[in-house]
Design a protein around this ligand. Structure first.
Ligand code: ATP
Length: 380
């Protein structure tokens, strides 16, 4: 299987059939992407190229090796077997869930299981129609095209995808004004795998063109423990079960974070001349990196404390919270909030975010507006 990573615009092409004025805005760089090293550990976005290369080496390469996500694996196993029997390409697949849960990894596994190439790109690299046209025209029969952050696709790019996904056809406009004609170019059958952290932001015409829509869930501690042990083996690091479990508990249900924490703990163990990582070493290391026993870092604590103290527990709107903490609203919504919601430290209501009594207790905060339970009944 060849993995082709495409972040650059592709070959020139003619204009797409339909055009709309409003393209989706480009995502802005988040303040946390430039922040301190201890925050970096919990960031799901990878900005460091070296770390990116190392991440590639940690990816499981088959469904069997892919730990957890039992339901997802069951569905995809059937889809793979059926497609192989019929000698067809896989149906288009939409994977959604918070960052770092294994969407890209799963796409690469699908390609490997099907014996085809996987071409990887992301919506921000598909700004101009010719970017996607060039990629589509270079596809081979059966190829998997992985588009990350698919909810950020510009409308024009999205409209090129509609006939490509449905009829394996590229519609391009030749000429201008009254003499303009639409020319259709056949495409090989391919599989589009879209990944998103915000499935609700996809337009329905795009969402409806995916035959399979699957959610990735946060991982359980025992699954993350296995992931830490597997990564430790690859990195030739000795970790006890207790040590792996300690790292797993602080990994916010996310394999990418588990792998990063393991690397930081390995640094600590090396500097302190420990030959193996046990529970005590793992927890001592994570104190230094400011990761608490539940995996919360200082940004989580800042968000919760700000809500509790400045907004009397909420409800508080996302933009107001972003302005008060200096954090980017996308980062709060897509990186931090999902886990805080998952562990019941935050509720989302139609009137805004509310901090819960459990979060107050964890942070040792008193008083405030304790209406989170009633407001949670209104959760959106
Ligand atoms: N089920 C799993 N078993 C073992 N390792 C995993 C699993 N899922 C993810 N990983 C590890 O976590 C890392 C992050 O996974 P991946 O890049 O696939 O996440 P993602 O959901 O695509 O994230 P993003 O949306 O930020 O691109 C990978 O390097 C891989 O090693």
């Amino acid at each position: 299987m060849a993995i082709i990573s495409s972040k650059q615009p592709a070959a020139d092409a003619e204009q797409p059939a339909k055009q709309r004025k409003n393209a989706t805005p480009k995502p802005t760089a988040t303040p946390t992407q430039q922040a301190a090293a201890d925050t970096e550990i919990l960031q799901a976005d990878i900005t460091n190229p070296e770390e990116k290369i190392q991440e590639e080496s940690l990816r499981p390469s088959s469904l069997k090796e892919y730990i957890g996500q039992k339901d997802l694996k069951g569905v995809l196993d059937i889809a793979i077997q059926a497609a192989k029997v019929r000698q067809e390409s896989l149906d288009h697949l939409l994977l959604y869930g918070p960052p770092g849960l294994g969407k890209t990894t799963m796409s690469l596994i699908l390609a490997s299981e099907m014996g085809v190439n996987c071409k990887i790109t992301a919506a921000p690299a598909l700004e101009r129609p010719r970017d996607i046209v060039g990629i589509l025209m270079a596809l081979q029969p059966g190829d998997i095209l992985f588009i990350d952050e698919i909810h950020r696709l510009p409308r024009m790019t999205e409209e090129i995808l509609y006939p490509a996904m449905e009829d394996f056809r590229l519609d391009i406009t030749v000429g201008k004004g009254n003499t303009a004609k639409i020319r259709s170019i056949p495409l090989p059958k391919f599989t589009l795998v879209g990944a998103t952290t915000k499935v609700g932001s996809l337009t329905s015409p795009l969402r409806d063109r995916f035959g399979l829509v699957q959610k990735l869930r946060f991982y359980e501690v025992d699954e993350l423990t296995l992931i830490v042990q597997r990564t430790a083996d690859i990195l030739q690091t000795v970790v006890t079960e207790e040590g792996a479990a300690e790292i797993a508990r602080r990994s916010r249900g996310t394999p990418r974070i588990a792998n990063r924490l393991l690397k930081r703990v390995r640094d600590y163990a090396q500097v302190k001349a420990h030959t193996e990582i046990d529970g005590a070493i793992a927890s001592a290391a994570m104190e230094i990196y400011n990761v608490d026993p539940l995996g919360l870092d200082w940004v989580d604590r800042l968000l919760l404390t700000t809500m509790a103290e400045q907004f009397n527990g909420g409800p508080v709107g996302l933009e107001a919270l972003a302005a008060s903490t200096g954090e980017d609203s996308h980062t709060i919504e897509e990186v931090y909030e999902p886990y805080l919601l998952q562990i019941g430290y935050l509720h989302r209501t139609p009137r805004g975010r509310v901090v819960t009594a459990a979060a107050r207790k964890h942070l040792g905060l008193k008083g405030g507006n304790d209406n989170s339970e009633q407001l949670s009944l209104l959760e959106d």
